[in-house]
Design a protein around this ligand. Structure first.
Ligand code: UD1
Length: 341
């Protein structure tokens, strides 16, 4: 069976992707340092699929461990690289930690790909590379902007590291997937997003507020040039997003990629305001959310959503799940985690 290395596979998007890969018949091997995830997500993957993926706990920055790993796992045909530090605010406080973790991990993986003859890599990028775009929706050709945070810069620089490495080494092929805002959980509620401490992202904050862990949601800003003044994003269901990774891997394995390095936007194509997201949650869950409008959050952009034409046509992939269904999945997950069923 073809082995796929999923780095960060115990984490939020990684665990959902591991499920979809197993469902598609691949053997998944997870490497994760568990810095922002728990081993319980492997239990969830096993309960959903009936298969427990192989798991190795180490940090990709430790190259000797990574090399040792590849000498032991000889059937890996592709890597999906999720493992990264991802808190925007924290990255401003400790930029060197972010640059070391996120850049060195990818460099080590690419060097191992060359050394061990592994051709294919899918990289988790982000719509953060577009900054506040001049035109909406954004296509893959929309110019990138200077990053607003060290985190965002690691995504931008890693895209360049990948592109330049592939240009110099045709043996390697890669796809960068630019995620818009991944939200929701597996419909089984057995895996989902579990932020440490106070959530920085909107949907975990909404579900924790509804569950009574937080007293109120602060809606950051109502004076943006948007439908209702609150900021607009493209919220994509995490299972839909996970499925795109399976398609991307298969594109590489089947040599269907048109060039060595390709980029795809992964979003729904719909812009949704914060207040619309709150309404969708309330409708889906039947819970009235306590929220208050406060000032803008530093570093936030006003609005962004994806043009998904390229992913739809070239990958044959489309986000299918509606926002209410996604919000319900996030709520069912939160309730299960808090023992509220
Ligand atoms: C940010 C990053 C993105 C990263 C993602 C996950 C940028 C520009 N974007 O997305 O690259 O992948 O985090 O870590 O750096 N909001 C509230 N109240 C809250 C929380 C959020 O009103 O308590 C609002 C925000 O102001 C924003 C929207 O909800 O308008 C979404 O915020 P969030 O979930 O944090 O994601 P982004 O900032 O879009």
């Amino acid at each position: 069976m073809k082995q796929i290395l999923v780095t960060g596979g115990a984490g939020y998007i990684g665990s959902h992707t591991a499920v979809e890969l197993i469902n598609a018949g691949y053997e998944v091997v997870i490497v994760d340092n568990l810095s922002n995830s728990g081993i319980e997500s492997l239990d969830g993957i096993e309960k959903i699929t009936g298969i427990r993926p192989a798991f190795e706990q180490f940090d990709l920055v430790e190259k000797d461990k990574l090399e040792d790993f590849f000498t032991r796992y000889k059937n890996i045909v592709a890597i999906i690289h999720f493992a990264a530090s991802k808190a925007v605010g924290e990255s401003v406080e400790i930029p060197l930690v972010y640059y070391r973790n996120n850049l060195v991990s990818l460099i080590n993986l690419l060097e191992c790909q060359l050394k061990f003859g592994i051709s294919n890599i899918v990289f988790s990028s982000s719509c953060t590379v577009y900054g506040q775009p001049d035109q909406l929706p954004v296509t893959e050709n929309t110019p990138r902007k200077d990053a607003e945070s060290p985190y965002g810069n690691t995504k931008r620089v890693n895209e360049d590291i990948l592109k330049d490495t592939i240009a110099a080494n045709p043996a390697i092929k890669g796809i960068a997937l630019r995620y818009f805002n991944p939200v929701g959980a597996h419909p089984s509620a057995l895996i989902g997003e579990l932020p440490l401490g106070v959530p920085a992202n909107l949907v975990p904050f909404i579900t924790q507020t509804a569950a009574g862990l937080r007293s109120e949601l602060k809606v950051f800003g109502n004076d943006y040039d948007t439908v209702d003044g609150s900021a607009v994003r493209d919220y994509i269901n995490v299972v839909d997003l996970a499925k795109a990774h399976v398609v991307a891997v298969e594109r590489l394995l089947d040599n269907k990629n048109k060039s060595g390095y390709e980029i795809f936007n992964l979003g729904t194509g719909n812009g949704v305001s914060v207040l619309e997201a709150v309404q969708a949650f309330e409708k889906a869950s039947g819970v009235k959310l306590n929220y208050k409008i406060v000032g803008r959050r530093a570093g936030d952009i006003e609005k962004i959503w994806a043009d998904t034409t390229f992913a739809n046509e070239e990958l044959g992939w489309k986000a299918k799940t509606g926002l209410e269904e996604t919000m319900l999945s996030a709520w069912l997950w939160e309730k299960r985690v808090r023992g509220m069923e």
